[in-house]
Design a protein around this ligand. Structure first.
Ligand code: TEU
Length: 528
């Protein structure tokens, strides 16, 4: 692959800084912790690291409420440290991707504080969406838009005006029709590109632009008042030209089920890549996976953008837990505590899914702890911090179960995450079984599987960008060929299946059976 197109087939590791490693013993992860563990990431063999927001933030939404983009949150460290981290990672061949949250800022951002102070009709308010209310006394919100979390999207301030927030009230939405909003974000991009970051993840990328009339939401009426508005593409074209000056890339968080609308964001003068959520939400069923893979490749091909493959992130139920459930379809509602899951089965499938995704054309995202096979943790209700839980009135446990601090050692305080015994989110009692030191010593561990798979993938032959050809296979078996005789077979049926003739087994997600058959819920890489 051309070095400037590294993102076309990269393996990108997602770090949630609060929960990766704690360097200063306060129970919250930080940049010192990440810097100390960079050799681990190099050994794992990832090409880049994406950091979820590390900027100054009141942490109402885990840092997705940014108070200042040019300052690292003091709980994480300093800008000088971030610069050191970027340089040290580069020294190990690892690129850094930062997360930009353009839809909203924290209510503690200087712009929002100025807007509150300046009052109705002021230019300061124009950078947000302030409106008088409806009803005889303005006591009703300006429109009926549903929130991305549960709850209303408008909050009234003491002078009587209301402001729009698609997420929590502490995350006021910016007005993207305002030139200062555009200018500021272009400056922020340059700020981070100047510091050597290789890419930017764009949060909630399809939500920024609002219908200027802020009209009520009408089911089925197109265009949606705040999803996928056409003006977004001008914004991303301007961003692309800035990224091109630095040779940097974008990955957009574009939650749009419609393939054609989604692909527009990936036109050659817009975003380089976007998360493929149709794959993430696909159940563990051969036909559905195959159709999703085909649809994904078909929608990316005309725009020339590589696909991305994601099994998990900081917003969704951990893979081994989801795949161990009777219903493996992704659904926010199935996140409720107590949904029975068979972790052994889920782990088996997650191992197979790792080999599947790493053999597909495009880039792959690995969420911290996925390489350890961490399950979703049950967090005691009184320790939950995710606003999604509170906004749901406590019915949804929220997303903290996938954000628990990593176990580095089987013993010791907080399993080596911190010198503090009780980190910001509690770790389950069996966390030691997943610890890095234990898995390092076990050739059958999830960590060992990821290392071997990434090492093989790095060697290049047949992996990454390029065509995929389906091979004839039994029912509920996925088999495809890549270049250089690389073949991947994944058995999702309920019985063992024979393998195509091959020269060599490169890697299996679990042992073959005595007759050399591929057992159920197992994947293999072959050289034929
Ligand atoms: O998520 C955007 C988004 O689409 C969420 O509403 C998602 O549907 C939800 O988290 C349920 O999984 C991004 C971030 O990934 C998320 O962590 C932030 O809370 C959100 O933006 C607001 O910035």
């Amino acid at each position: 692959p051309r070095t400037d197109d590294w993102w076309r087939d990269a393996v990108i590791y997602q770090v949630y800084p609060r929960s990766f490693a704690d360097g200063d013993g306060d129970g919250t992860g930080d940049l010192a912790g990440v810097r100390a563990r960079l050799p681990y990431l190099a050994e794992l063999g990832v090409d880049a690291v994406w950091f979820t927001p590390w900027y100054a933030s009141p942490m109402v939404d885990g840092g997705y409420d940014v108070a200042d983009y040019r300052v690292i949150d003091p709980a994480f460290g300093t800008l000088a440290e971030a610069e050191k981290l970027i340089a040290e990672a580069a020294g190990l061949g690892i690129r850094v991707i930062v997360d930009i949250v353009p839809n909203h800022v924290s209510d503690q951002h200087r712009w929002f504080r100025a807007a509150l102070a300046a009052g109705p009709g002021s230019p300061e308010r124009e950078r947000f969406h302030f409106r008088p209310g409806r009803g005889a006394h303005g006591e009703l919100p300006p429109n009926d838009w549903p929130s991305q979390f549960s709850g209303r999207t408008w909050t009234r301030v003491p002078d009587g005006e209301w402001y729009l927030h698609l997420f929590t009230p502490e995350q006021p939405d910016l007005n993207w029709a305002h030139p200062a909003v555009r200018q500021e974000h272009e400056d922020i991009l340059r700020f981070w590109f100047e510091r050597g970051v290789a890419g930017v993840r764009i949060d909630s990328a399809a939500l920024l632009v609002k219908d200027p009339a802020l009209a009520d939401f009408e089911e089925g009426v197109d265009p949606h008042p705040y999803i996928d508005q056409d003006e977004l593409h001008d914004i991303y074209r301007a961003w692309r030209s800035i990224a091109d000056e630095y040779g940097a890339m974008f990955v957009g968080e574009v939650w749009l089920p419609d393939a054609e609308r989604f692909a527009r964001y990936l036109r050659p003068d817009e975003l380089h890549t976007a998360f493929n959520f149709n794959f993430l939400t696909c159940p563990w069923e051969a036909d559905r996976l195959r159709r999703t893979i085909d649809a994904t490749l078909a929608e990316h091909a005309p725009v020339g953008a590589p696909a991305t493959w994601v099994l998990c992130n900081h917003d969704v139920t951990r893979t081994v837990t989801r795949y161990g459930r009777a219903d493996t379809a992704f659904d926010f509602a199935t996140k409720a505590f107590g949904t029975p899951t068979d972790l052994e089965l889920g782990t088996r499938r997650a191992r197979a899914a790792a080999l599947l995704t790493l053999a597909l054309p495009g880039s792959v995202y690995v969420y911290q702890g996925e390489e350890l096979g961490l399950p979703e943790a049950e967090i005691p209700l009184d320790r939950i911090e995710d606003p999604m839980h509170f906004r749901s009135g406590g019915t949804d446990p929220g997303r903290d179960g996938c954000r628990v601090p990593l176990p580095w050692t089987a013993d010791g305080p907080s399993y080596g995450f911190s010198t503090a015994a009780d980190p910001w989110l509690p770790q389950p009692a069996d966390w030691g079984a997943y610890a890095v030191d234990r898995q390092r010593a076990d050739p059958g561990s999830m960590l060992a599987l990821y290392r071997e798979a990434l090492a093989l993938r790095r060697s290049g032959r047949g992996f990454g960008d390029g065509p995929l050809t389906w091979l004839p296979s039994g029912d509920d078996v996925l088999a495809f060929a890549r270049a250089d005789g690389l073949v991947c077979v994944v058995n999702l049926s309920d019985r063992a299946t024979p393998l195509p003739a091959h020269e060599r087994v490169l890697l299996t997600s679990g042992p073959l059976d005595a007759d050399g058959l591929l057992p159920r819920d197992t994947a293999v890489w072959l050289r034929v």
